[in-house]
Design a protein around this ligand. Sequence first.
Ligand SMILES: Cc1cc2nc3c(=O)[nH]c(=O)nc-3n(C[C@H](O)[C@H](O)[C@H](O)COP(=O)(O)OP(=O)(O)OC[C@H]3O[C@@H](n4cnc5c(N)ncnc54)[C@H](O)[C@@H]3O)c2cc1C
Ligand SMILES: NC(=O)c1ccc[n+]([C@@H]2O[C@H](COP(=O)([O-])OP(=O)(O)OC[C@H]3O[C@@H](n4cnc5c(N)ncnc54)[C@H](OP(=O)(O)O)[C@@H]3O)[C@@H](O)[C@H]2O)c1
Length: 466
Amino acid sequence: MSHPPSENGRGGAAQLRRACIIGAGSSGIAAAKALHERGIPFDCFEKSDRVGGNWVFDNKNGMSAAYRDLFINTSRPRMQYSDFPMPESYPDFPHHTQIAAYFEDYVEHFGFGDAIAFQAGVQRASRRPDGVWRVELDTGETRLYDALLVANGHHWNPRWPEPAFPGVEGFTGQQLHAHSYRENSIFVGKRVVILGMGNSAMDIAVEASYVAERTYLAARQGVWIIPKYIFGKPIDQMRNDPRIPFKVRQRITQKLIRTYVGPPERYGLPKPNHRFGEAHPTISGRILDRIQHGTIVPKPNIASFDGTQVCFADGSAVEADVVVFCTGYKITFPFFDEDLISAPDNHIELWRRVWHPEIPNLFFIGLLQPLGAIMPLAEAQGAWVGDYLLGEYVPPPKRQMRAEIEADQRAMRRRYVASKRHTIQVDFDDYLYALAKERRAGRARARANGFRPPAPCLPSAATTAS
Ligand SMILES: Cc1cc2nc3c(=O)[nH]c(=O)nc-3n(C[C@H](O)[C@H](O)[C@H](O)COP(=O)(O)OP(=O)(O)OC[C@H]3O[C@@H](n4cnc5c(N)ncnc54)[C@H](O)[C@@H]3O)c2cc1C
Ligand SMILES: NC(=O)c1ccc[n+]([C@@H]2O[C@H](COP(=O)([O-])OP(=O)(O)OC[C@H]3O[C@@H](n4cnc5c(N)ncnc54)[C@H](OP(=O)(O)O)[C@@H]3O)[C@@H](O)[C@H]2O)c1
């Protein structure tokens, strides 16, 4: 499982004893590849028997939300890693099986599979006073590390409505969260209520609408529905230059969507109380058609349950056999003591979504919600942390990190609709642009520092705890 440093001529790697990566989903493997190519020794622990995380249908880890007919909603060019294009034969929005195969191929292509330990879940990760990370595995083994990279995903712990709706415990129909939805056979001939206006709600409502007797889509607030294509191209392939002020880009995109799709109220959906770009994007090429075909009926929020009925905020009620709560996810780190790190109400303050300002050898990979895909951002984060561990990047002082975190939190609160799903938002191109700039600044600091890597916490050769 241990991965030997490669001979790349960089001095720093020899000084860092070993790093640990938790998770081999698309974020964990991007980080693993970055450490591998820098010759940094590491172990990557993965609960499942394969890489790919969420994209492995019926994943043995029980954590995947993939349903049989899941297709990505960020286009292929947007989602692929920068140095490993998806096959040309793939469509613009591939199926989850193609995405899972792509992640397998990535590991194979860059040749770091032997550094991933499968069916090795991290049960506990604690930090000793000397900074060493003590990682306890569910195999019974304990290992010690100089640095910890957390890539455990943030779409696996279902958030049910909070507080629960009155009467829900007496509801006679079936209730499930989007996380456990697999295929639309469960809806055949049934009266179905879907709650939510995110991408899970869109996909599952559309799937239900083909087989259910009735499908209702309930929402507590409106969103802009973004089509997958505009002018014959995936919408996320439109030029988006981060050097142009956000407000200008926002106005142009808003105008395009209003012209192309029209306001959501025209389809009987609630009017958004925000402008485009102020909520996580809801992307669907199919929902509006299905509503206009009369196969999905929009409803306001659920107010309560009454035996066989679902009652809505406008006083109407429908008989229902199945309710699907597409109400999002909780950011969770079951392996940390809560007083070390936790994310109550999905709130977590990290510098640039990666660095904990008080814990210099802890990093989070892929813990962000982009307007765009996660993978190229996780790739850039992995490379950034890799540079730091080698001594080729030095972060700014803690004081500056703290000030930037506060400014970022304020900006996010100002811009986004108040919701537990808007706590780790970033703009794809803007994030990459700002990160590239920061890496240049940090490289200049590293040069002034003589490219000295961070001092290892571990005494030499000690990687297994007694
Ligand atoms: C239905 C759905 C569709 C989506 N579609 C898109 C899309 O089109 N485009 C997009 O960019 N994003 C999409 N997302 C977001 C999704 O989070 C990312 O696509 C991607 O899965 C993130 O990868 P990850 O590696 O961060 O997390 P995950 O894919 O969740 O992988 C985390 C890995 O960590 C492992 N792990 C967790 N805990 C431990 C532990 N304690 N010990 C060891 N291993 C552990 C898990 O087994 C898993 O393999 C979608 C999400 C959902 C739910
Ligand atoms: N095809 C695809 O690629 C695809 C498919 C599914 C999901 N995804 C991705 O998976 C991630 C999760 O998406 P998601 O749709 O599952 O979750 P989500 O984006 O967090 O959306 C949750 C929805 O539920 C609503 N909600 C939450 N609590 C509620 C309550 N108590 N009462 C009423 N409404 C409530 C939210 O409304 P508020 O906004 O008011 O909080 C929001 O509309 C996203 O990144 C998404 O893009 C992608």
